[in-house]
Design a protein. Structure first.
Length: 359
């Protein structure tokens, strides 16, 4: 089955769709560094580099495409940003639909942040997306998925606008057979070894210090106990959402003694001290606490360990954080592929129309 990838980034969604059985014919990405990464890993795909709006004519004469997928930039809709509906990037969801209009695939998948699918302030955008797609002959379903429910060691909630022709539709029920318990962070990354080792060589040097005015939550792994917005991760659970802003003090924190040696968590001990109102002026952050590495973040996003990233460490973290987890994309692809195959098989089974003859 043939597919087109839009807003492709480093190609995380493409990895999943390819695993699901789609052949990505064409991709588009504007970021030059992400383009280099994409080319490194998807040598058989034609990559259109640059602004999608300036390359729309490329899609005029393309036929025979089963699926168009992609995740338009979400900064205008994200709770991590300003949530500005007038942000120029918010309009790119309609650039995506313009490609759908020109290519008319059997199905499309548009991924975005949960807020676009749930907040009232964006309801008019949701309605416009559904209206435009409906006018083109697609039935659109809004499917809210969390990556951790499909074998991804990360809690990452996303909305998927899924459009299908011929009055077909999808529901959450279609995804239930793919539900899979997420591995813990320890199960996912501990085989790499300590940061700086031969198998985990890329140390993240952002310093970890204690927050002067910590914000506490019930869980030691929520709130803000350290400088920046990088939260500590519990090796015995899955990761919180990996942000595109990783690389500095927004990079998540891990306790190596807890991770590798099963020692008592220093983070939990420090959290208990704060909860009990004890003074922390003499507390020193131990050397066992450090930031997540790019190799670990890549695994948590379920990229293949052999996947090659281009750019500086900061650029690589951005590419990883911007990606759709590969295994989550694979599940979406499998559901869509099943719908397309079912439709094609029904078409073959349909009896030929009886003609009328006049003598």
């Amino acid at each position: 089955m043939k597919a087109i990838s839009l807003f492709s980034g480093a190609g995380g969604m493409d990895v999943g769709m390819i695993s699901a059985g789609f052949s990505v014919q064409i991709a588009n990405e504007i970021d030059s560094v992400a383009c280099k990464t994409y080319i490194q890993n998807h040598k058989n795909t034609i990559l259109i580099e640059g602004d999608l709006d300036k390359n729309l004519d490329y899609f005029n004469d393309i036929t025979g495409i089963d699926l168009v997928f992609g995740g338009p930039p979400c900064q205008g809709f994200s709770v991590a940003g300003k949530m500005d509906v007038h942000d120029p990037r918010s309009k790119l969801v309609f650039s995506f639909l313009e490609v759908i209009k020109r290519v008319m695939p059997q199905a499309f998948v548009m991924e975005n942040v949960k807020a676009l699918g749930s907040l009232e302030k964006f309801s008019h955008i949701r309605q416009e997306i559904i209206k435009l797609a409906s006018e083109m002959g697609y039935r659109v379903s809004l499917i809210h998925l969390n990556a951790k429910d499909f074998g991804v060691p990360q809690s990452r909630e996303r909305i998927f606008f899924i459009g299908l022709k011929d009055n077909l539709t999808v529901s959450l029920e279609d995804f239930k057979e793919y539900f899979k318990e997420a591995p813990t962070i320890r199960e996912a990354i501990s085989h790499l070894g300590k940061a700086g080792s031969a198998t985990n060589p890329h140390i993240t040097n952002a310093k970890i210090t204690l927050a002067k005015n910590p914000i506490l939550r019930k869980s030691p792994y929520a709130g803000m106990m350290f400088n920046g917005q990088g939260r500590p991760l519990n090796p015995d659970s899955w990761s919180s959402t990996l942000p595109a802003s990783m690389g500095g003090n927004r990079t998540p924190i891990i306790d190596e003694n807890h991770l590798y040696h099963f020692d008592q968590s220093w983070v939990e001990k420090y959290h208990e001290l704060l909860i009990n109102g004890q003074c922390n002026s003499n507390v020193v952050v131990p050397n066992s606490l450090r930031r997540l590495t790019v190799d670990e973040a890549k695994i948590i996003q379920t990229f293949p360990e052999t996947y090659k990233f281009c750019g500086t460490q900061s650029k690589i973290f951005t590419q990883i954080g911007n990606a759709v987890p590969c295994k989550l994309a694979e599940v979406v692809g499998l559901v869509i592929k099943a719908k397309i195959i079912h439709k094609k098989s029904k078409a073959k089974e349909a009896p030929p129309m009886q003609g009328s003859f006049i003598f």
